[in-house]
Design a protein around this ligand. Structure first.
Ligand SMILES: *Cc1c(COP(=O)(O)O)cnc(C)c1O
Length: 396
């Protein structure tokens, strides 16, 4: 029976390849870090990981993970409400709540699940969800699974958000939903203005802090802290799979009743396995580190400025922003691919993005800075960008 479908898939895949958008995976043979080895032989500086704080292979995090493996076993073989909750799961939920100053936290296997499972239990056909058009795919999917009326506002456009809020006044409850940091441009949601509009039009606020938790804001509490509106944001979702250790897992944190209701009704929580003890143990250590010192986020801020200054001085266009995501604009899709290939030859691992991942004519190499990068790593990366930029006529 597969025969006809096989032919169909083969031709679809060929079309993807011919369009130049087939995603190939490079293979790394070492732990994730500032420097890695790839199986084609190169030792490279990684400039495209979400390892913002350098915790993915941090010795204390690895040790905590091993300790939890010894003390709490390998797997849970259960969802949380049957026999998948250990003391360390409760400890982590409490630590995350205390980190954000919220009442409670619920863990998921991924932030994709946190966003997928947050709307449907809380909002129904009488309610409204008002979402930034550039929100992450998992928010879009989560909204789709919910019967609430959907409103979409133009990216970070506060007058459009206000229009949508006006249009949604008939609904029972309203919630404004945004990414904290938008990962393609590295720009921050205007959280202060969003909260002001939420007050004016009686709406809740939810932010997805996947690309900001741990390093945006003076103490790394994320975008609400950056704008001084921590007490005005109602629901925060985030991932353990980026800056916070980088393994996997997600969470939703907020008011007690909301988290309680999610434990009762959120489908990715009820019908998917509990987080593995080794991840939970490591994550507990991550929150201990981040709650006791701002050293890593301070280092990240310094590294970002150090790299950005060199790139801007060399004449490259970058997207401005307050995050460690530094998109180096090339505008041309083919050029972005060629540029990335040449970077690899120079020992720099970065990826070119182009339409449909970013807007047409907005192709770029997105670099992401880490606290784990040394000055030498960043110098090497900047030098490679400048050399290739000149070779390819991007800069003079
Ligand atoms: C990465 C990301 C997610 C998904 O996180 P996972 O834990 O990997 O599922 C969700 N939202 C945003 C904004 C992200 O960047």
């Amino acid at each position: 029976m597969y025969g006809e479908m096989k032919t169909h898939l083969q031709s679809e895949l060929k079309a993807i390849e011919e369009a130049g958008i087939y995603k190939k995976e490079r293979i790394i043979t070492t732990p994730q870090g500032a420097n890695v080895h790839v199986n084609t032989g190169e030792d490279v500086v990684i400039m495209c990981a979400n390892n913002y704080l350098g915790l993915s292979s941090h010795p204390d995090v690895i040790k905590a993970s091993k300790d939890a493996l010894d003390s709490h076993g390998y797997g849970m073989s259960s969802v949380r409400f049957i026999c998948g909750t250990q003391d360390i799961h409760k400890e982590l939920e409490a630590k995350i709540a205390s980190f954000y100053g919220t009442e409670d936290t619920i863990l998921y296997a991924a932030a994709f699940d946190a966003n997928g499972g947050v709307f449907e239990p809380l909002f129904s056909a009488e309610d409204a969800i008002i979402s930034d058009e550039l929100n992450h795919a998992s928010i879009i999917d989560g909204v789709r699974l919910c019967k609430a009326k959907r409103y979409r506002y133009k990216h970070s456009d506060m007058s459009d958000l206000e229009e949508q809020l006006k249009a949604a006044q008939e609904q029972r409850f309203r919630i404004i939903v945004t990414d904290g940091v938008f990962s393609m441009d590295g720009d921050l949601a205007k959280m202060d203005e969003i909260c002001a509009l939420a007050d004016k039009y009686d709406a809740l606020v939810m932010t997805d802090e996947c690309h900001s938790a741990g390093f945006i804001g003076k103490t790394g509490r994320g975008v609400p802290e950056h704008f001084g509106v921590q007490d005005r944001v109602d629901i925060i979702t985030g991932t353990l799979g980026k800056a916070l250790g980088g393994a996997m897992g997600g969470y939703t944190t907020g008011p007690k009743e909301i988290i309680d209701m999610l434990r009762q009704k959120s489908r990715p929580y009820l019908f998917s396995n509990s987080l593995a003890p080794s991840i939970v143990g490591a994550s507990n250590k991550v929150f201990d580190i981040l709650s006791s010192t701002t050293l890593l986020r301070d280092q990240l801020e310094e590294n970002t400025k150090y790299f950005k200054d060199q790139i801007v001085a060399a004449g490259f266009d970058i997207k401005p922003g307050d995050s460690p995501i530094v998109p180096i604009m090339l505008y041309d899709a083919a050029l972005s691919q060629k540029f990335a290939d040449k970077l690899l030859e120079e020992g720099i691992y970065a990826i070119g993005f182009f339409y449909p991942v970013v807007a047409k004519g907005a192709a770029r190499i997105r670099t992401q800075i880490s606290a784990a990068h040394s000055k030498e790593d960043l110098d090497k990366a900047a030098a490679a960008f400048i050399k290739i930029g000149r070779e390819l006529g991007v800069i003079e």
